[in-house]
Design a protein. Structure first.
Ligand SMILES: [Zn+2]
Length: 406
């Protein structure tokens, strides 16, 4: 079970009911359609408790009945599935050349995915916040227009995020000390829902755990590819945050002290040679002739086209970038022994040319045989994984058994 917040242990009957509600919702999410009797038999909750909780969840339209099934031993039973149609949760992400918003409902349905071109790495942080708020308002307008109540909104940032939702440093964006959560709350005013900020990598691994090829894994890493390179780590089913929330800065591991300068001010960081701007600069030396790149998608398309035409310099460059990615992955494998490391963003786009070299490097540099069983794969989620994870995270209070306000 994923716990992204440290839920207090139940201390009174109200807390017990909240915990039991979470157990029922989780059971239905994983096993729907299922009957009240199934829930009681599997969870160990008594039938009266299950019945009472299900009635409450039906009233709040977090569950719905799907009719009877006759294919069972004994009496036909009324089957239950997740509903959530009166609600929506939003996630946003700040990409290299776009902002993305995703909305989902508690039933797991994706309601919308919108992208807006925006050059965050060259924009003023205040302009980026304004653009995020505009996009969020449009998405809020759409889902509330459908009669839904917004439960929460989470924004993913490619950089450090502290426990108050401020961004002390996002070197890929050129940000320092941006009070992002506070700015968003002030701009959105009285929302009636929670507004939180997290790293894009943490949110992406939540999306992987729920919707990706390794859904359900308890030891899983998502490595983001974009203006920065970060690792979202699930260890033993829990998001690994560290003491102040700054775990997972894979991109700033120094792999080569004599390597190229990194936007963070150091040299030889993994991000200095494998983040999207570094990859474009290395493989397309002409890309910055007319000034900084603000639209990366066409550049990435050019790299893919060159790789498909087997241009030797591009293939050699991609193999070297793959080896560096594999080196970084081996550090994760040695420290964490995850079941899988999945790579997103431009690493997923370029996976056919990066991963063969990366996998060989991972195995060669990991002490345990066969990299400790760690798979290295491209994410099967689209490049909106952090926004999808943000929307998923915004459902956390419901999934923890707390009923929506109102
Ligand atoms: Zn660095």
């Amino acid at each position: 079970m994923i716990s992204i917040h440290n839920e207090p242990q139940p201390t009174d009957l109200g807390d017990v009911r909240v915990a039991n509600r979470a157990v029922v919702l989780r059971h239905v999410r994983l096993h729907a359609p299922c009957s009240r009797a199934d829930i009681a038999a599997t969870t160990g909750l008594n039938k009266a408790t299950v019945s009472s909780l299900v009635t409450e969840l039906l009233d709040r339209r977090l569950l719905r009945e799907t009719g009877l099934t006759g294919n069972r031993v004994g009496r036909p039973a009324t089957m239950l599935v997740l509903d959530g149609s009166p609600y929506a949760a939003l996630g946003l992400q700040i990409g290299a050349d776009d902002l993305v918003v995703v909305a989902v409902d508690p039933g797991g349905n994706r309601l919308l995915t919108w992208r807006r071109a925006f050059p965050a790495p060259t924009a003023d942080p205040a302009d980026t916040v304004r653009a995020l708020v505009t996009l969020a308002r449009r998405a809020i307008g759409r889902v509330t227009g459908q009669g839904r109540t917004v439960l929460g909104l989470t924004v993913g940032v490619p950089g450090l995020v502290d426990t108050a939702g401020a961004v002390p440093l996002a070197s890929g964006l050129g940000w320092r000390d941006v009070p992002l959560a506070a700015d968003l709350r002030a701009a959105l005013r009285e929302t009636g829902f929670t507004v939180t900020v997290d790293t894009d990598a943490n949110l992406a691994v939540l999306a992987e755990q729920r919707h990706g090829a390794y859904a359900g894994a308890t030891d899983l890493v998502h490595v983001t590819g974009g203006v920065s390179v970060g690792a979202g780590v699930l260890a033993g089913g829990r998001l690994l945050r560290g003491g102040r929330g700054h775990a997972g800065e894979l991109g700033h591991l120094c792999l080569d002290p004599a390597g190229p300068p990194c936007p963070c001010g150091r040299r030889g960081c993994l991000a200095a040679s494998t983040a999207l701007p570094a990859v474009v600069a290395r493989l397309l030396p002409d890309a910055t002739h007319d000034g900084p790149v603000t639209d990366y998608l066409p550049e990435l398309d050019r790299i893919v086209a060159s790789a498909r035409q087997e241009e030797p310099a591009v293939l050699a460059g991609l193999a070297e970038i793959g080896r560096q990615l594999g080196h970084g992955a081996s550090i994760l494998a040695n420290l964490l022994n995850p079941e899988a490391i999945v790579v997103g963003g431009h690493f997923a786009t370029l996976a056919p040319w990066l991963l063969p070299a990366a996998r060989a490097e991972l195995v060669a540099r990991t002490l345990a045989p066969q990299a400790g069983g760690c798979r290295l794969d491209a994410s099967t989620l689209d490049s909106a994984a952090p926004a999808l994870g943000g929307a998923t995270a915004a459902l956390a209070t419901i999934e923890a058994g707390r009923l929506p306000v109102g």
